[in-house]
Write a protein that binds this ligand. Structure first.
Ligand code: BG6
Length: 525
Protein backbone atom coordinates (compact mmCIF):
# COMPACT_ATOMS: atom_id res chain seq x y z
CA UNK A 1 0.00 0.00 0.00
CA UNK A 2 1.37 3.43 -0.84
CA UNK A 3 0.81 6.96 0.40
CA UNK A 4 1.07 5.80 4.01
CA UNK A 5 3.21 7.92 6.26
CA UNK A 6 6.59 6.37 5.57
CA UNK A 7 8.93 5.71 8.40
CA UNK A 8 12.06 3.66 8.42
CA UNK A 9 10.70 1.49 11.19
CA UNK A 10 7.75 0.27 9.08
CA UNK A 11 10.05 -1.20 6.42
CA UNK A 12 10.80 -4.87 6.61
CA UNK A 13 14.43 -5.80 7.05
CA UNK A 14 14.18 -7.64 3.71
CA UNK A 15 13.39 -4.51 1.74
CA UNK A 16 16.32 -2.74 3.43
CA UNK A 17 18.59 -5.53 2.24
CA UNK A 18 17.90 -5.00 -1.43
CA UNK A 19 20.29 -5.55 -4.32
CA UNK A 20 20.12 -2.74 -6.88
CA UNK A 21 21.70 -3.08 -10.29
CA UNK A 22 21.92 0.21 -12.16
CA UNK A 23 22.38 -0.37 -15.90
CA UNK A 24 23.82 2.72 -17.56
CA UNK A 25 25.80 3.68 -14.46
CA UNK A 26 28.06 6.09 -16.35
CA UNK A 27 25.11 8.23 -17.38
CA UNK A 28 23.79 11.49 -16.12
CA UNK A 29 20.65 10.02 -14.50
CA UNK A 30 22.72 7.79 -12.23
CA UNK A 31 24.91 10.55 -10.79
CA UNK A 32 22.27 13.31 -10.82
CA UNK A 33 19.23 11.44 -9.50
CA UNK A 34 19.68 7.77 -8.61
CA UNK A 35 22.78 7.72 -6.39
CA UNK A 36 21.74 10.92 -4.52
CA UNK A 37 18.30 9.36 -3.91
CA UNK A 38 19.84 6.08 -2.68
CA UNK A 39 22.28 7.98 -0.46
CA UNK A 40 19.38 9.84 1.09
CA UNK A 41 17.41 6.61 1.60
CA UNK A 42 20.46 5.12 3.30
CA UNK A 43 20.87 8.15 5.58
CA UNK A 44 17.22 7.91 6.56
CA UNK A 45 17.51 4.24 7.48
CA UNK A 46 15.71 2.74 4.45
CA UNK A 47 18.77 0.80 3.25
CA UNK A 48 20.81 -1.44 5.51
CA UNK A 49 24.61 -1.41 5.75
CA UNK A 50 24.78 -4.72 3.91
CA UNK A 51 22.52 -3.61 0.99
CA UNK A 52 24.18 -3.74 -2.42
CA UNK A 53 24.24 -1.21 -5.26
CA UNK A 54 26.04 -2.35 -8.41
CA UNK A 55 26.77 0.14 -11.17
CA UNK A 56 26.78 -1.60 -14.56
CA UNK A 57 28.13 0.03 -17.72
CA UNK A 58 30.53 -0.44 -20.61
CA UNK A 59 33.34 1.88 -19.51
CA UNK A 60 36.25 0.20 -17.72
CA UNK A 61 36.21 1.23 -14.06
CA UNK A 62 36.83 -0.39 -10.70
CA UNK A 63 34.82 -0.07 -7.49
CA UNK A 64 37.02 2.72 -6.15
CA UNK A 65 36.88 4.90 -9.23
CA UNK A 66 33.08 4.45 -9.40
CA UNK A 67 32.79 5.42 -5.72
CA UNK A 68 35.01 8.47 -6.14
CA UNK A 69 33.13 9.69 -9.21
CA UNK A 70 29.80 9.33 -7.43
CA UNK A 71 31.13 10.98 -4.31
CA UNK A 72 32.26 14.06 -6.26
CA UNK A 73 28.91 14.31 -8.02
CA UNK A 74 26.77 13.75 -4.94
CA UNK A 75 28.69 15.62 -2.24
CA UNK A 76 30.02 18.48 -4.35
CA UNK A 77 32.80 20.79 -3.20
CA UNK A 78 32.05 21.62 0.40
CA UNK A 79 30.18 18.76 2.07
CA UNK A 80 29.38 18.92 5.78
CA UNK A 81 31.32 16.69 8.16
CA UNK A 82 28.12 14.66 8.75
CA UNK A 83 27.52 14.13 5.02
CA UNK A 84 31.15 13.07 4.55
CA UNK A 85 30.97 10.58 7.42
CA UNK A 86 27.67 9.18 6.11
CA UNK A 87 29.12 8.87 2.61
CA UNK A 88 32.14 6.98 3.94
CA UNK A 89 29.79 4.31 5.28
CA UNK A 90 27.42 4.45 2.27
CA UNK A 91 30.17 3.96 -0.31
CA UNK A 92 30.70 0.41 0.94
CA UNK A 93 27.37 -0.43 -0.68
CA UNK A 94 28.68 0.65 -4.11
CA UNK A 95 30.36 -1.70 -6.57
CA UNK A 96 30.96 -1.58 -10.31
CA UNK A 97 30.85 -4.25 -13.00
CA UNK A 98 31.93 -3.58 -16.58
CA UNK A 99 29.37 -5.02 -19.00
CA UNK A 100 28.64 -4.44 -22.66
CA UNK A 101 24.86 -4.63 -22.37
CA UNK A 102 24.59 -5.93 -25.92
CA UNK A 103 26.94 -8.81 -25.26
CA UNK A 104 25.22 -11.89 -23.76
CA UNK A 105 28.53 -13.40 -22.57
CA UNK A 106 29.23 -10.41 -20.28
CA UNK A 107 26.11 -11.25 -18.26
CA UNK A 108 27.60 -14.49 -16.96
CA UNK A 109 30.41 -12.51 -15.31
CA UNK A 110 27.81 -10.10 -13.95
CA UNK A 111 25.80 -12.95 -12.50
CA UNK A 112 28.84 -14.47 -10.80
CA UNK A 113 29.94 -11.17 -9.29
CA UNK A 114 26.47 -10.26 -8.02
CA UNK A 115 25.93 -13.69 -6.51
CA UNK A 116 29.33 -13.58 -4.81
CA UNK A 117 28.66 -10.11 -3.37
CA UNK A 118 25.21 -11.16 -2.18
CA UNK A 119 26.64 -14.21 -0.47
CA UNK A 120 29.39 -12.17 1.18
CA UNK A 121 26.76 -9.79 2.54
CA UNK A 122 24.27 -12.45 3.44
CA UNK A 123 21.58 -10.86 1.25
CA UNK A 124 18.29 -12.55 0.37
CA UNK A 125 18.69 -11.82 -3.39
CA UNK A 126 15.78 -9.41 -3.84
CA UNK A 127 16.95 -7.61 -6.90
CA UNK A 128 15.92 -4.40 -8.61
CA UNK A 129 17.34 -3.73 -12.08
CA UNK A 130 17.13 -0.03 -12.98
CA UNK A 131 17.45 0.52 -16.73
CA UNK A 132 19.01 3.99 -16.85
CA UNK A 133 20.21 3.35 -20.40
CA UNK A 134 19.07 4.50 -23.81
CA UNK A 135 15.65 2.92 -24.57
CA UNK A 136 17.19 0.88 -27.40
CA UNK A 137 18.98 -1.18 -24.73
CA UNK A 138 15.94 -1.94 -22.53
CA UNK A 139 14.78 -5.06 -24.30
CA UNK A 140 18.23 -6.50 -25.16
CA UNK A 141 19.24 -6.04 -21.50
CA UNK A 142 16.23 -7.98 -20.22
CA UNK A 143 16.72 -10.68 -22.87
CA UNK A 144 20.38 -11.05 -21.93
CA UNK A 145 19.58 -11.13 -18.23
CA UNK A 146 17.08 -13.87 -18.99
CA UNK A 147 19.59 -15.91 -20.97
CA UNK A 148 22.02 -15.66 -18.10
CA UNK A 149 19.37 -17.10 -15.80
CA UNK A 150 18.86 -13.81 -13.96
CA UNK A 151 15.10 -13.44 -14.54
CA UNK A 152 13.13 -15.37 -11.95
CA UNK A 153 9.37 -14.98 -12.49
CA UNK A 154 8.64 -13.65 -9.05
CA UNK A 155 8.28 -9.95 -8.28
CA UNK A 156 9.81 -10.51 -4.86
CA UNK A 157 13.03 -11.69 -6.55
CA UNK A 158 13.27 -9.28 -9.48
CA UNK A 159 11.71 -5.94 -10.35
CA UNK A 160 12.74 -3.96 -13.41
CA UNK A 161 12.47 -0.18 -13.59
CA UNK A 162 12.02 1.43 -17.00
CA UNK A 163 12.26 5.10 -17.89
CA UNK A 164 10.20 6.69 -20.65
CA UNK A 165 9.78 6.81 -23.61
CA UNK A 166 7.47 3.80 -23.42
CA UNK A 167 7.08 3.59 -27.17
CA UNK A 168 6.39 6.51 -29.49
CA UNK A 169 2.79 5.69 -30.39
CA UNK A 170 0.08 3.17 -29.58
CA UNK A 171 1.39 0.44 -31.89
CA UNK A 172 4.98 0.62 -30.66
CA UNK A 173 3.85 0.82 -27.02
CA UNK A 174 1.76 -2.35 -27.50
CA UNK A 175 4.64 -4.09 -29.18
CA UNK A 176 7.01 -3.14 -26.35
CA UNK A 177 4.54 -4.29 -23.71
CA UNK A 178 4.11 -7.61 -25.52
CA UNK A 179 7.89 -8.07 -25.68
CA UNK A 180 8.33 -7.32 -21.99
CA UNK A 181 5.44 -9.64 -21.19
CA UNK A 182 7.34 -12.55 -22.78
CA UNK A 183 10.03 -12.17 -20.16
CA UNK A 184 8.50 -10.44 -17.15
CA UNK A 185 5.12 -10.40 -15.46
CA UNK A 186 3.35 -7.04 -15.20
CA UNK A 187 4.00 -6.88 -11.45
CA UNK A 188 7.75 -7.04 -12.14
CA UNK A 189 7.71 -3.96 -14.40
CA UNK A 190 7.93 -0.48 -12.85
CA UNK A 191 7.40 2.26 -15.45
CA UNK A 192 8.58 5.52 -13.91
CA UNK A 193 6.67 8.76 -14.33
CA UNK A 194 8.64 11.01 -12.00
CA UNK A 195 5.67 13.39 -11.65
CA UNK A 196 3.94 10.78 -9.52
CA UNK A 197 6.88 10.84 -7.11
CA UNK A 198 6.43 14.54 -6.40
CA UNK A 199 5.10 15.15 -2.91
CA UNK A 200 2.57 17.75 -4.05
CA UNK A 201 1.20 15.40 -6.71
CA UNK A 202 0.65 12.65 -4.14
CA UNK A 203 -1.10 15.21 -1.96
CA UNK A 204 -3.85 15.70 -4.58
CA UNK A 205 -5.36 12.34 -3.67
CA UNK A 206 -5.02 12.96 0.03
CA UNK A 207 -6.62 16.38 -0.34
CA UNK A 208 -9.53 14.95 -2.31
CA UNK A 209 -10.19 11.73 -0.45
CA UNK A 210 -8.97 12.67 3.02
CA UNK A 211 -11.16 15.79 3.35
CA UNK A 212 -14.88 15.21 3.14
CA UNK A 213 -15.63 18.88 2.43
CA UNK A 214 -13.76 19.12 -0.88
CA UNK A 215 -14.45 15.87 -2.70
CA UNK A 216 -18.12 16.60 -3.60
CA UNK A 217 -16.96 19.85 -5.23
CA UNK A 218 -14.95 17.93 -7.82
CA UNK A 219 -18.01 17.44 -9.99
CA UNK A 220 -19.73 18.87 -13.07
CA UNK A 221 -22.39 20.36 -10.77
CA UNK A 222 -19.84 22.78 -9.35
CA UNK A 223 -16.88 23.00 -11.72
CA UNK A 224 -16.87 25.25 -14.78
CA UNK A 225 -13.56 23.99 -16.16
CA UNK A 226 -10.11 22.75 -15.17
CA UNK A 227 -6.73 24.00 -16.39
CA UNK A 228 -3.53 21.99 -16.08
CA UNK A 229 -0.28 23.76 -16.93
CA UNK A 230 3.23 22.29 -17.04
CA UNK A 231 5.35 25.24 -18.17
CA UNK A 232 9.12 25.31 -18.41
CA UNK A 233 11.38 28.28 -18.98
CA UNK A 234 14.22 26.10 -20.26
CA UNK A 235 14.74 25.29 -23.92
CA UNK A 236 17.19 22.73 -25.32
CA UNK A 237 20.10 23.23 -22.93
CA UNK A 238 22.82 20.57 -22.78
CA UNK A 239 22.32 19.39 -26.37
CA UNK A 240 18.91 17.94 -25.52
CA UNK A 241 17.55 18.92 -28.94
CA UNK A 242 18.66 15.60 -30.48
CA UNK A 243 16.31 13.58 -28.27
CA UNK A 244 13.61 16.23 -28.07
CA UNK A 245 13.24 16.59 -31.81
CA UNK A 246 12.20 12.95 -32.08
CA UNK A 247 9.67 13.45 -29.32
CA UNK A 248 8.06 16.90 -29.05
CA UNK A 249 5.96 18.32 -26.22
CA UNK A 250 3.07 15.92 -26.74
CA UNK A 251 5.12 12.75 -26.28
CA UNK A 252 7.64 14.22 -23.86
CA UNK A 253 5.27 15.70 -21.27
CA UNK A 254 1.58 15.76 -22.19
CA UNK A 255 1.08 12.06 -22.90
CA UNK A 256 2.54 11.13 -19.52
CA UNK A 257 2.94 13.84 -16.85
CA UNK A 258 -0.05 16.01 -17.81
CA UNK A 259 -2.44 13.10 -18.33
CA UNK A 260 -1.37 11.56 -15.02
CA UNK A 261 -2.19 14.84 -13.28
CA UNK A 262 -5.58 14.87 -15.02
CA UNK A 263 -6.20 11.33 -13.72
CA UNK A 264 -5.54 12.30 -10.12
CA UNK A 265 -7.89 15.28 -10.29
CA UNK A 266 -10.65 13.47 -12.14
CA UNK A 267 -10.62 9.87 -10.85
CA UNK A 268 -13.28 8.34 -8.63
CA UNK A 269 -12.31 7.47 -5.06
CA UNK A 270 -10.76 3.99 -5.03
CA UNK A 271 -12.48 1.59 -2.67
CA UNK A 272 -9.09 0.73 -1.16
CA UNK A 273 -5.90 2.72 -1.09
CA UNK A 274 -3.89 0.06 -2.87
CA UNK A 275 -2.01 0.03 -6.15
CA UNK A 276 -4.45 -1.93 -8.31
CA UNK A 277 -7.54 -0.11 -7.02
CA UNK A 278 -5.96 3.28 -7.69
CA UNK A 279 -4.64 2.30 -11.09
CA UNK A 280 -8.03 0.88 -12.07
CA UNK A 281 -9.64 4.26 -11.35
CA UNK A 282 -6.94 6.16 -13.24
CA UNK A 283 -7.40 3.82 -16.19
CA UNK A 284 -11.12 4.66 -16.35
CA UNK A 285 -10.28 8.37 -16.65
CA UNK A 286 -7.79 7.74 -19.45
CA UNK A 287 -10.30 5.58 -21.28
CA UNK A 288 -12.92 8.34 -20.99
CA UNK A 289 -10.71 11.01 -22.56
CA UNK A 290 -11.95 12.34 -25.86
CA UNK A 291 -12.15 15.40 -28.06
CA UNK A 292 -14.81 18.03 -27.30
CA UNK A 293 -18.26 17.52 -28.82
CA UNK A 294 -18.07 20.74 -30.85
CA UNK A 295 -14.84 19.72 -32.62
CA UNK A 296 -14.97 18.66 -36.25
CA UNK A 297 -11.19 18.50 -36.74
CA UNK A 298 -8.14 18.14 -34.47
CA UNK A 299 -7.36 21.80 -35.15
CA UNK A 300 -10.55 22.76 -33.30
CA UNK A 301 -9.26 21.40 -30.00
CA UNK A 302 -5.49 20.86 -30.10
CA UNK A 303 -2.79 23.41 -30.84
CA UNK A 304 0.88 22.76 -31.61
CA UNK A 305 3.38 25.58 -31.13
CA UNK A 306 7.09 26.06 -31.62
CA UNK A 307 9.22 28.80 -30.07
CA UNK A 308 10.70 31.49 -32.24
CA UNK A 309 13.71 33.70 -31.45
CA UNK A 310 13.17 36.41 -28.91
CA UNK A 311 14.90 37.99 -25.97
CA UNK A 312 14.15 37.14 -22.36
CA UNK A 313 15.12 39.71 -19.72
CA UNK A 314 17.33 41.39 -22.28
CA UNK A 315 19.14 38.13 -23.17
CA UNK A 316 18.79 36.95 -26.78
CA UNK A 317 17.09 33.59 -27.04
CA UNK A 318 17.44 31.25 -30.04
CA UNK A 319 14.55 29.90 -32.05
CA UNK A 320 13.94 26.16 -31.54
CA UNK A 321 15.07 25.42 -35.11
CA UNK A 322 18.44 27.06 -34.37
CA UNK A 323 19.11 24.97 -31.26
CA UNK A 324 21.97 22.49 -31.21
CA UNK A 325 21.09 19.12 -32.85
CA UNK A 326 17.73 20.37 -34.12
CA UNK A 327 17.20 20.26 -37.91
CA UNK A 328 16.59 23.78 -39.27
CA UNK A 329 13.35 22.67 -40.94
CA UNK A 330 12.01 20.87 -37.85
CA UNK A 331 8.23 20.88 -37.38
CA UNK A 332 8.44 19.40 -33.87
CA UNK A 333 6.12 21.09 -31.40
CA UNK A 334 7.65 22.64 -28.28
CA UNK A 335 4.21 23.58 -26.97
CA UNK A 336 0.83 21.86 -26.84
CA UNK A 337 -2.51 23.18 -25.67
CA UNK A 338 -5.76 21.29 -25.91
CA UNK A 339 -9.32 21.10 -24.75
CA UNK A 340 -10.10 17.56 -23.64
CA UNK A 341 -13.34 16.01 -22.47
CA UNK A 342 -13.74 13.31 -19.85
CA UNK A 343 -16.72 11.47 -21.02
CA UNK A 344 -18.19 10.10 -17.83
CA UNK A 345 -21.04 10.78 -15.43
CA UNK A 346 -19.00 13.02 -13.12
CA UNK A 347 -17.30 15.22 -15.70
CA UNK A 348 -19.62 15.37 -18.73
CA UNK A 349 -19.63 18.92 -20.09
CA UNK A 350 -16.59 20.15 -18.08
CA UNK A 351 -13.69 21.13 -20.36
CA UNK A 352 -10.20 20.12 -19.26
CA UNK A 353 -7.71 22.58 -20.74
CA UNK A 354 -4.22 21.09 -20.84
CA UNK A 355 -1.02 22.84 -21.85
CA UNK A 356 2.71 22.31 -21.66
CA UNK A 357 5.64 24.03 -23.30
CA UNK A 358 9.28 24.96 -23.34
CA UNK A 359 10.57 28.54 -23.17
CA UNK A 360 7.54 29.85 -21.31
CA UNK A 361 7.89 32.92 -19.06
CA UNK A 362 8.49 30.78 -15.98
CA UNK A 363 8.81 27.22 -14.71
CA UNK A 364 5.52 26.40 -13.09
CA UNK A 365 3.26 23.38 -12.79
CA UNK A 366 -0.23 23.92 -11.51
CA UNK A 367 -3.76 22.61 -11.62
CA UNK A 368 -6.50 25.22 -11.46
CA UNK A 369 -10.08 24.20 -10.79
CA UNK A 370 -12.42 26.99 -11.69
CA UNK A 371 -15.86 26.75 -10.15
CA UNK A 372 -19.16 27.99 -11.53
CA UNK A 373 -20.47 31.42 -10.67
CA UNK A 374 -23.38 31.70 -8.22
CA UNK A 375 -26.67 31.40 -10.14
CA UNK A 376 -27.65 34.97 -9.23
CA UNK A 377 -25.29 37.91 -9.23
CA UNK A 378 -26.58 39.59 -6.03
CA UNK A 379 -23.50 41.63 -5.22
CA UNK A 380 -21.33 44.12 -7.00
CA UNK A 381 -17.74 43.14 -7.57
CA UNK A 382 -15.47 46.11 -7.24
CA UNK A 383 -11.78 45.76 -7.91
CA UNK A 384 -9.38 48.50 -6.91
CA UNK A 385 -5.78 49.17 -7.72
CA UNK A 386 -3.63 51.98 -6.33
CA UNK A 387 -5.32 54.68 -8.39
CA UNK A 388 -8.88 53.61 -9.08
CA UNK A 389 -11.71 51.17 -8.40
CA UNK A 390 -13.92 49.71 -11.09
CA UNK A 391 -16.93 47.40 -11.34
CA UNK A 392 -16.15 44.13 -12.99
CA UNK A 393 -17.99 40.89 -13.67
CA UNK A 394 -18.31 38.55 -10.72
CA UNK A 395 -15.17 36.46 -10.16
CA UNK A 396 -15.54 32.69 -9.83
CA UNK A 397 -14.08 30.67 -6.96
CA UNK A 398 -11.00 28.72 -7.81
CA UNK A 399 -8.82 26.10 -6.21
CA UNK A 400 -5.20 26.02 -7.26
CA UNK A 401 -2.78 23.17 -6.67
CA UNK A 402 0.70 24.57 -7.21
CA UNK A 403 2.85 21.52 -7.84
CA UNK A 404 6.10 23.45 -8.31
CA UNK A 405 7.81 25.72 -7.46
CA UNK A 406 6.57 27.31 -4.17
CA UNK A 407 4.32 24.31 -3.58
CA UNK A 408 0.93 25.39 -2.28
CA UNK A 409 -2.82 24.92 -2.34
CA UNK A 410 -4.94 28.05 -2.47
CA UNK A 411 -8.64 28.68 -2.53
CA UNK A 412 -9.98 31.92 -3.97
CA UNK A 413 -13.35 33.06 -2.69
CA UNK A 414 -15.36 36.25 -2.43
CA UNK A 415 -15.63 38.31 0.70
CA UNK A 416 -17.32 41.55 1.68
CA UNK A 417 -15.17 44.58 1.30
CA UNK A 418 -15.47 46.55 4.58
CA UNK A 419 -17.82 49.51 4.15
CA UNK A 420 -21.45 50.56 3.99
CA UNK A 421 -22.20 48.64 0.79
CA UNK A 422 -22.19 44.97 -0.20
CA UNK A 423 -19.14 44.96 -2.37
CA UNK A 424 -17.41 41.74 -3.26
CA UNK A 425 -13.66 41.37 -3.06
CA UNK A 426 -11.88 38.14 -4.09
CA UNK A 427 -9.38 36.90 -1.47
CA UNK A 428 -7.14 33.84 -1.15
CA UNK A 429 -6.87 31.19 1.54
CA UNK A 430 -3.37 30.01 1.06
CA UNK A 431 -1.52 26.94 2.30
CA UNK A 432 2.20 26.92 1.54
CA UNK A 433 4.10 23.70 2.13
CA UNK A 434 7.33 25.61 2.81
CA UNK A 435 5.76 27.67 5.58
CA UNK A 436 4.02 24.82 7.35
CA UNK A 437 6.67 22.11 7.13
CA UNK A 438 10.28 22.75 7.98
CA UNK A 439 11.56 19.56 6.33
CA UNK A 440 12.49 19.75 2.65
CA UNK A 441 10.11 17.93 0.31
CA UNK A 442 11.66 14.59 -0.68
CA UNK A 443 12.97 14.23 -4.21
CA UNK A 444 10.64 12.31 -6.54
CA UNK A 445 13.28 9.65 -7.28
CA UNK A 446 13.81 8.98 -3.61
CA UNK A 447 10.18 8.14 -3.07
CA UNK A 448 9.92 6.12 -6.27
CA UNK A 449 13.06 4.07 -5.63
CA UNK A 450 11.87 3.27 -2.14
CA UNK A 451 8.53 2.10 -3.52
CA UNK A 452 10.25 -0.21 -6.02
CA UNK A 453 12.39 -1.64 -3.24
CA UNK A 454 9.28 -2.19 -1.12
CA UNK A 455 7.38 -3.65 -4.09
CA UNK A 456 4.71 -0.96 -4.13
CA UNK A 457 3.62 -0.13 -7.69
CA UNK A 458 0.97 2.51 -6.87
CA UNK A 459 3.02 5.37 -8.28
CA UNK A 460 4.00 3.58 -11.48
CA UNK A 461 2.16 3.38 -14.77
CA UNK A 462 0.48 0.11 -15.72
CA UNK A 463 0.59 -1.06 -19.35
CA UNK A 464 -3.15 -0.57 -19.89
CA UNK A 465 -2.90 3.04 -18.61
CA UNK A 466 -0.11 3.59 -21.05
CA UNK A 467 -2.12 2.23 -23.97
CA UNK A 468 -5.14 4.33 -23.07
CA UNK A 469 -2.96 7.47 -22.94
CA UNK A 470 -1.46 6.68 -26.35
CA UNK A 471 -4.90 5.97 -27.82
CA UNK A 472 -5.97 9.47 -26.83
CA UNK A 473 -2.94 11.40 -28.16
CA UNK A 474 -2.14 9.29 -31.24
CA UNK A 475 -4.75 10.82 -33.60
CA UNK A 476 -3.51 14.30 -32.70
CA UNK A 477 0.11 13.39 -33.41
CA UNK A 478 -0.89 11.77 -36.69
CA UNK A 479 -2.79 14.90 -37.69
CA UNK A 480 0.28 17.04 -36.94
CA UNK A 481 2.48 14.74 -39.00
CA UNK A 482 0.61 15.56 -42.20
CA UNK A 483 2.99 17.37 -44.57
CA UNK A 484 0.80 20.47 -44.72
CA UNK A 485 0.71 20.91 -40.95
CA UNK A 486 3.02 23.45 -39.31
CA UNK A 487 3.20 24.30 -35.60
CA UNK A 488 2.27 27.91 -34.89
CA UNK A 489 5.24 30.01 -33.82
CA UNK A 490 5.31 31.80 -30.46
CA UNK A 491 7.97 34.10 -29.13
CA UNK A 492 10.25 32.46 -26.59
CA UNK A 493 9.32 33.79 -23.15
CA UNK A 494 5.57 34.04 -23.82
CA UNK A 495 2.63 31.84 -22.88
CA UNK A 496 2.36 30.12 -26.26
CA UNK A 497 0.83 30.83 -29.67
CA UNK A 498 -2.33 32.84 -30.38
CA UNK A 499 -4.43 29.79 -31.18
CA UNK A 500 -3.84 28.48 -27.66
CA UNK A 501 -5.54 31.60 -26.32
CA UNK A 502 -8.35 31.34 -28.86
CA UNK A 503 -9.13 27.82 -27.61
CA UNK A 504 -10.45 29.38 -24.40
CA UNK A 505 -11.40 32.84 -25.59
CA UNK A 506 -13.90 31.36 -28.03
CA UNK A 507 -15.79 30.06 -25.01
CA UNK A 508 -15.46 33.28 -22.96
CA UNK A 509 -12.69 31.84 -20.80
CA UNK A 510 -9.01 32.74 -20.31
CA UNK A 511 -5.86 30.85 -19.41
CA UNK A 512 -4.68 31.71 -15.94
CA UNK A 513 -1.40 33.53 -15.78
CA UNK A 514 0.35 31.58 -13.02
CA UNK A 515 1.48 34.10 -10.41
CA UNK A 516 4.58 33.70 -8.33
CA UNK A 517 3.43 33.07 -4.78
CA UNK A 518 5.20 35.21 -2.23
CA UNK A 519 6.13 33.48 0.99
CA UNK A 520 5.31 35.39 4.18
CA UNK A 521 9.00 36.19 4.43
CA UNK A 522 9.21 37.53 0.88
CA UNK A 523 6.06 39.55 1.38
CA UNK A 524 7.78 41.15 4.40
CA UNK A 525 5.14 39.95 6.86
C1 BG6 B 1 10.81 15.08 -18.34
C2 BG6 B 1 10.90 15.62 -19.74
O1 BG6 B 1 10.05 13.90 -18.31
O2 BG6 B 1 10.18 16.05 -17.50
C3 BG6 B 1 11.66 16.94 -19.76
O3 BG6 B 1 11.56 14.68 -20.57
C4 BG6 B 1 11.06 17.90 -18.78
O4 BG6 B 1 11.67 17.50 -21.06
C5 BG6 B 1 10.89 17.27 -17.41
O5 BG6 B 1 11.92 19.02 -18.70
C6 BG6 B 1 10.12 18.17 -16.48
O6 BG6 B 1 10.21 17.67 -15.19
P1 BG6 B 1 10.20 18.63 -13.94
O7 BG6 B 1 10.23 17.70 -12.77
O8 BG6 B 1 11.43 19.49 -14.04
O9 BG6 B 1 8.95 19.44 -14.02
Amino acid sequence: MSFHASSASTDSSDSKQATLLIFGASGDLTSRKLIPALFSLYRNGFLADNALIVGVARRPKDDDSFRNEMRDDVLGNAPSAKATADWDRFQNLLHYVQVDLNSPSDYCALKERVEALEQERNLPGQRVVYLATSPALFLPSIENLNQAGMVPHEASKLRVVIEKPFGHDLISARELSANYARLLSEDQIYRIDHYLGKETVQNILLFRFGNAIFEPMFHRHHVDHIQITVAESQGMEGGRGGYYDTSGAMRDVLQNHVLQLACLVAMEPPSRFEAEYIRDEKLKVLQSLSSPLHATSVDDWAVAGQYAASSINGEPCKAYVNEERVPPDSRTETFVAMEARIDNWRWAGVPFYLRTGKRMPSRVTEIAIQFKLPPLNLFQTVECNETMCERVNARPNSLIFRIQPQESISLRFSTKRPGMQYQVEPVDMDFQFGEKFSEALPEAYERLLLDVIRGDSTLFTRSDELEAAWSFVDPVIQHWQRPEHQPELYQAGTWGPKQAHSLLRNTGREWRVPQKHLTAHEAGK
